[in-house]
Structure formats: C-alpha cells, structure tokens
Design a protein around this ligand. Sequence first.
Ligand code: SF4
Ligand code: MSK
Length: 666
Amino acid sequence: MAVKRNGCEGCTDITCASSKQVLAQDIAKGVKTAYDRIKARGMSACLFGSGGTCCRNCNMGPCQIIDGVEEMIGVCGATADTVAARNFARIIASGSAAHTDHAREMVRGFLETAKGHGPHQIKDVKKLMSLAEVFGIATEGREVKDVAIELGEKALAEFGKQDNTPISMLKRAVPKRQAIWNKLGIAPRGIDREIVEMMHRTHMGVDQDYENIMLQGSRCALSDGWGASMLSTELTDIMFGTPVPRRAIVDLGSLKPDQVNICVHGHEPLLAEALCIAAQESDMLEMAKSQGAKGINLVGVCCTGNEILMRRGIPVAAGFVQQEIVLSTGAVEAMIGDVQCIMQSVVEVAKNFHTEIITTNYRAKMAGAKHIQFEEEEALKSAKSILAHAIKNYKKRGKFFIPKEEKLDVVVGFSHETINYMLGGSFRASYRPLNDNIINGRIRGVAAIVGCDNFKLDDDVHEIIARELIKNNILVLATGCAATSLGRAGLLNPAAIKYCGASLREVCEAVGMPPVLHMGSCVDNSRILIAATQMVKQGGLGDDISDLPAIGTAPLWMSEKAVAIGQYFVASGAQVVFQDLPTSGAKKFNKYLLEGLMGPMGAHWNVAKEPLEIARLMIEAIEAKREALGINKKKERVLFDMEMRRDLGGNKAIGDAGCTGATHHA
Ligand code: SF4
Ligand code: MSK
C-alpha cells in the first residue's frame, strides 16, 4: 500500500468496498468529495503551516518564521520554537474546548434528567454512586434523585471553578502521577480556566518559553482528559447506560431501501438519544407508513454514531471520511447534525439528491442547511419535529443505491467496566486476569488506536497497524472514527482472532472477545485513562501509567481534539505516536515534544510516517516497557516431543510474530 500525502501526489486510495461501489454509480457522478478536492487543489501543503511556524497572533504580522535564519524571526522577535509552541498549544486549547463544550451540555442534560425533566432516566445507579464518592457526596441512605442532583451541580461547578484546588477527578489517578502533576504545578484547577489561560499565555507578548508554554499545554489537556471528557463519558453512561457488549453493523449497507433513512452526525448524544426514543413512538411510525415507508431507520455517522452504537447497537453507516459518500447513495432522507466534524460540503453533496441537511444546534449552523433548533427542555417534542421533517422527505426519494455485499458485523460496547467483567468474570471482576496475561506474556501489552480518519492518507492505515499489533499478541483498544474503520475492516468481530498471534488468540477465544475492543467515541478516550489506571492499581505492572507496556496512536488525526487527547495521554505517562505533528519547522521545540517531555512527564510524542513503521515503533516501545518491568524473563527452553508438536498442530500463528523485527520472549 502506498501512502500518499495531501497535495501534489494527488488523491489517496479508498479501499472500503462499499464506498467504492457507491461512488461508481451513475447517481453519484455529480458528487464532488474531499478526495476530488484534494486532487483538484494540486498543491503541496504550506511549509510554514505544516511546520507550525506561521504566526498571526498580532497585526504586526503575519510572520512566517524560518528556523535558524536571523532575518526570518517574528517582527516582535518571536523565534520558530516560540511560534510553533504557541500554535501547538492553541491546537490543544481548541481541541479541549470542543470536548469541554460538549461535556458541559452533557452535564446540563444530566442535571435536568436528575431533576426528572425530559425523556431520559438515571440508568446506571451503581456508577452514579461510585462517581458521587469521587466528588465527596454522601450516598448512604439517600434517594437516587438527590445524589444525582448534587452530583450534577458539583460536576457543573468544575467548569467554572476559580480556586486553586485540583478538579475532582484527578484523584482517580495513581498517587505517583498525581505527585508528578503537583510537582510540575500542572494539576488543572477549573476546566474552562485552563483553556482561557492557555489562550492568554499564547497571546502576543506573554509566555515565550516553549517549555513553560507546554506546561500549560499539559494542564489544559489534562483538564480535558481527566475533567471534561471523563465527566461526559461517566455522566452519559449514568444517564443512557454503561455500554455492554452487543452485536451491530458498521457499514453503508446499514441503510434500508424501504425505510426512512436518517443519519445522525456529530458528537453530543443528547439529541441522538432523543431521536432514538422518538423513532420508536407509534405516531412517528404511523407517519412513516403514511408516506409509504416500512419504518424509520436511524444510522450514525462519526462519534454521535459511536455513542448510539455502543449503547443501543444502532448501526454506524459512515465514519468521518464517508460522510459525503453516505449521502451519495441517494437513500438518505435527512442528515441531522449537532456539533463537530460535520463538513460544510455535505450541503453541496445533498443538492444532488432529495436529502435534507438539518442543523439542530445554535452553535453549529451552515448556509444552505435547514436549521431546526433542538430544545433540550422539550427533548422528545423537539426530536419528533426534526424526525417529522425527515419522514416527509421520503416520498421525494429518487434513484438510489445501497451497497449490499458488505454488512460488517461488529461486537462493540467495551467500557472499562465490561473489560473488567469479561476478563475477571462475575465473581472476581478485576483487571487481575489482564495483568496476569500481560505478565505471563500471552498478551504482550495494550495499544490504543484512536482518533479520526483523514483524506490525506489511505483509509486502510488503521487496519494495517491493528493487524500488525494483534499478530504480535498486543491487545488493541479503539475509539472514535478509528474504531469504526477497524469495524469496516472486520477486526471488531471475534472471528478476527484468526489474525492474532497464538497466545492473544488463546486469550480472546477463551473470553469470546475480538482482539480489537471498541471503547466508544472520542470523549471516551477517558475510558482508556481509567482502564490504564486500573491496570496499575491492580499491581504487578509498575506504579504509574508510564510503567505499563502500553502505547497509543492516532495515525489519521484530523481534528484538533486528537492533539488534546495526545497531550493528555503524554501528560498521564503514556507514549503516543502520530503520523505527523505541526511542529517540524521548529527544531528545538519539535525535539522537546519527541524527547524532552520524557523528563518531566515520563512519556513523549513520537512520529512515524508509514503504518508498519508506526506499528513497529509501538511494538518496540511495549517490549521495552516489558524489559524494564522485568517480565521478559526467558522461560526455560522446552524440547518438544512428537506429542507436543501434534498438540500445537494448526497453530500457524506461532512464529508469525517475528516479522516486525520486535523481540519476543514469552
Ligand atoms: Fe509576528 Fe510576533 Fe505578531 Fe506573531 S506575535 S504575528 S511573530 S509580530
Ligand atoms: S468524530 S474528532 S473525526 S474521531 Fe469524533 Fe471522528 Fe475525529 Fe471527528
């Protein structure tokens, strides 16, 4: 597979069979997608932009900085390192802001639900009580409603907190990590505050020391990971149910020829959940029938899709790079968006068909789209009015094409509680079996493949990395559009154990789980923080996340949120690999991210271009951690007699693992 970069090398390859089929149809001839636009632009990305050394933070510029050229520093004297650090920090702030604003809406929705308003309920009381304890809320003998209201109010206060004490959920981290944050003075104090301070410190003439800028960059990112995102995940679980394993479909083929197809796109699940409830109500179903449809088929796109996939088993029709392609089927009555990752181009694509693009959030409108505000106070009524609009569109449907060959079955719903239960069983639910399997070498380590899809690279990058990891007996956790793309590649199915090394296969087979575990949307990367923390607390794998044989990657990152996620992982002690970083134009700062952060954080960023190079780096990092933990002790050599060889018959994956050049000693 040739990986081609944006610009002069032309378009990237689409490997997804369903996507190719749709775009090959006559009805899609007039559609222009991002793949076409990349080709049409025909120019390389701006060197200053991609290297991170273009500054427009004041009107003496814009200044394009060339590192090492005296005349090419900023008018104010800012160096390449300062400018790249400020730009990088602002990416973190923007990504954190997106998660934070999302989380605030979820907390507000939770508080309304706790008060008994709206169509939702408190579904996971056990989780409510355990989170209440984290916030120091008394639970003994109290009504669920009272605990929930107090939790909602305390959670909401975390956003605007002004004193200098740390946000509540930091205390969930292991003591050693908390001590590192305290020593560095980077324990987040208020979720909004850290974003504001980051923006202030990167204003012209404020913080001009890249190491100091990155201290706040870490604090800002931590306020996302351990604050906003974690609150969103936990309260959403309490309200809509903590995910448990369930079968579902991830494919464009989840559209139905004889039903009203409605794509729910974006991130905040409040609207999507209300639509799910509304779509089951008899008045809506009657309305669909009156229009000649057999029913209402809700499908997800991007992370709203992941939210309802995880909790309700509702199919994800498309990941980020397929949002235009799903409309190109001509079979979608409406695409309903809330916030984030909704490309403006969907309006133009929809013009080729009867499809209506409906925006529902005052923060996210688009010219040419119909805006119907989703009113949270009257969630069900509001959801019904949006649905009714889509249903009335069904009769206008013209020629359409729904790919049939690929209906990719997935098993999803791996919250950290589920992993706990699945590996530990109902009597001893714990991470002990996972830790033991890592210590005995059956599972070499854990790798997270997270983040977006990106038109700049071929769409099978996630698959190539995941296959290499599981072949080398590394358990993979996935979130966001990366998880959806791994579903399309068939790796979220227990049958994917055929791609595993022998020992990982044995573990997955015994538990009945796929080797790649879908853990949710992009805010749900907080589940990975908790899972990693639980592994440390369980014992035997060191006393900090930085000791674990674990690593993460977001190889096709697109959104600024992915950088915020990357930084909160690094600041939590986990290594992270990206395909590129917008800092390469500033030598010292770039080196600081790739090496220097190791000193204060015990982890750093890594960059590797090709997917197999990324996988190799991840495997080597995991093996190095195993070595440092002293769990790579060689077993005594066993000479196999004929009977033992027969027992191993058919276990072809034994020996598969060596092809990356990594060392194995299990
Ligand atoms: Fe140029 Fe400095 Fe202004 Fe940036 S802050 S645009 S480097 S003068
Ligand atoms: S939707 S942020 S493209 S994962 Fe979360 Fe996908 Fe990335 Fe958007």
